[in-house]
Design a protein around this ligand. Sequence first.
Ligand code: UD1
Ligand code: CA
Length: 459
Amino acid sequence: MNTTVVVLAAGLGTRMRSKRAKVLHRAGGLALVEHVVAAARAVAPAERIIAVTGHQAEEVEALLQPQGIRFVRQTEQKGTGHAVASACKALSQEEGLLMVLYGDTPLLSGSTLTRLRDAQAGSNAAATLITTTLPDPTGYGRVLFDEQGNVRAIVEQKACTKEQLSIRVINSGIYCFRAEVLWRHIDEIEPNKASGEYYLTDMAEILARHGHHVQPMHLDEANELLGINTRVDLADADRLLRQRKAEALMLSGVTIERPETVTIDVQVCAGMDTIIEPFARLLGSTEIGQDCRIGAGAILESTVLADRVTVAPYTLIADSRIEEGARIGPFARLRMDARVGPDARIGNFVELKKTRLGAGAKSQHLAYLGDAEIGAGSNIGAGTITCNFDGEKKHETKIGAGAFIGSNATLVAPIEIGPESYVGAGSVITDPVPAQALALGRGRQVIKPDWVSKRKKKS
Ligand code: UD1
Ligand code: CA
């Protein structure tokens, strides 16, 4: 049986108090709706996933476009029932199963959706809905049952009587319908008297009224169903997603010291016997090899580390690549496609921007290396600066293999320094340096003997 998934992502999310649509807010490194679409992939191919967009539709669609899913616009946000009805018009009356997910439940897993589909497919119910019991059900729709244990109705928090408010079984907002039954009755949803919105939750009562069964699928683990309405919920989801991620990494052979302190985005991967120290942040599409060490407070964003790389504490690396056995930091900064070769060394207060450092090369202290190509085995002295910007354009610096750049050298780009050459400490280099030459570009030292006593005599 075909399964189609409709993800509702059109609302603004007033309770977020944000200019940005709620489903674009991030938890665990992905937008809320990206998590939901990823879970949906467990039960449907991309072309059978439809996101209903409205608020900031362009942004939401641009974000999800790479996944190859389809979109339907809900131009006016008149409630979850109205959103599903909008999708219905675009879908034509299809057979099979129709799952409805809300774009604000980022912890939902694909395996739960698979179970939901199987529960619905194996029953004669018109719909299956995931429920759970919460210690504090505030804000969620409450589920009412008939004597057989089928769902009789869902009552939204605002419409609850005093007694109904004490019901702790809630509607997760995750449903699997027999598509043709849903489409037959969707137009029977009436606007809510208080808000004027069309509530999808009214479908439970409508289906029951027509003699259909709506069965609950109860989950004991409620975390997965967390719906994000406020930034407090968002922080909860973020914490839970990162905890889940850290646990998965640890179970796959990564040591994480004080896992509650690290921030690891869901797409990050790390190899066996890598050690992650407290307060590290591993973000975006970062990939870490085996036997690496990520120091305390280090921040890696969309960066690739081969095996046996050490990143010492408080180092920032973004959009870069570090080869086997290299050691970076502490307090280093690498960005914009910096590439560090095997066994190279980058020390404290060294910045690399769009720079390649060859195998075994070293820049151990206090340097700015921008738009540079630095050969294997070279040694870049403390305080070396590549002057890559002339106020208008950026220029390149080339340093050959095995070159020795003395401390506090100023390399005015564009400039080429040949292999195995030497640059004297404190030099300002403006002309090319041939291979194996010594270049000195500094004022000659002058000594004035007894200068102090002579000055005293004068005064
Ligand atoms: C909804 C349910 C509630 C359930 C809870 C679970 C309804 C009426 N209530 O309440 O029973 O316990 O979720 O988390 O369905 N959306 C649209 N178009 C609209 C309105 C909303 O696409 O016109 C989208 C939103 O972007 C959001 C989702 O639907 O992703 C849910 O909307 P939200 O307002 O958060 O519903 P809740 O009040 O949480
Ligand atoms: Ca919600």
